[in-house]
Design a protein around this ligand. Sequence first.
Ligand code: SAM
Length: 280
Amino acid sequence: MKYKIEKNTVQETLIIPLYARKVCSELYPNLYRDETTVRLIDEINYDFSEAEKKSRSLMQRFGSLEVAMRQNDLAFEVRDYLKSHPNAAVVNLGCGLDCTGRTCDNGSCKIYNLDFPDVITVRNELLPAGEREKNIPCDLNDTAWFSEIDASGGAVFFASGVFYYFLTEQVKTLVRAMADAFPGGVLVFDAANRTAVKMIAKTWLKSAQIKDVGAYFAVSDAPQEIGAWDSRLRVSSRGYMLGYTDLKDPSVSGFFRFLARVGDGMMKMQIVKIRFGGKQ
Ligand SMILES: C[S@@+](CC[C@H](N)C(=O)[O-])C[C@H]1O[C@@H](n2cnc3c(N)ncnc32)[C@H](O)[C@@H]1O
């Protein structure tokens, strides 16, 4: 039996990073490996033929590297938080079929994977929750899910490729509500400036033939713009491609390193980290 992802919904966007992680595992195994993704691609009822055709083009290869690097960056931040909070809740917001929570499992944290109910139904079949793990069907914009998270040992939240599909007001409301509910917690996510977000809609959604889904939330100077939302937010950011690694692996060309500089610099592709309360 194959599991179906509905066409032309924001849920369908999970296919883009899923496929990119497979491509990156094949092209840049020194930098990123994700065996689970490779297996999942075969188990989903989705037509990957277009994606496959385009997957070796220059821009798609670079895009795959971007997706894999942001996953590494977010995993770095989760592990970093777990060093001081070994029993924390590790919460994957808009998880799709990503397993970063498990990748970061330290044996004592609690892992939560949150997404819309139809995605969680597929996830429950393909990636049933393990020990200390919970898959939670929800709309992230309805804070009812807060009560399901045991943050008694701290909480680190991450959202990978998710907030682009939110309006700025929605991200702001959610972040402020999280600051109320999870003092001492941390939220990390990827973001980019308006030019880059327009490109996501034009290039990525279009080439994946996903209709009726828009990309909206953009940020340029995260500490300043997001910091102004609420005095309890301690905001920092690092380049998404080069903020955590120098990409000096021989498998990455000089041209791709140049594109990475352009992405981090001109497009403001970044990993934003928000601490709820406490010192900067
Ligand atoms: C581009 S995919 C990223 C999936 C995953 N984070 C990854 O990196 O593979 C965006 C995901 O966010 C989920 N999503 C978007 N808006 C959401 C909302 N309001 N509530 C719950 N999930 C949402 C979608 O269903 C989709 O699975």
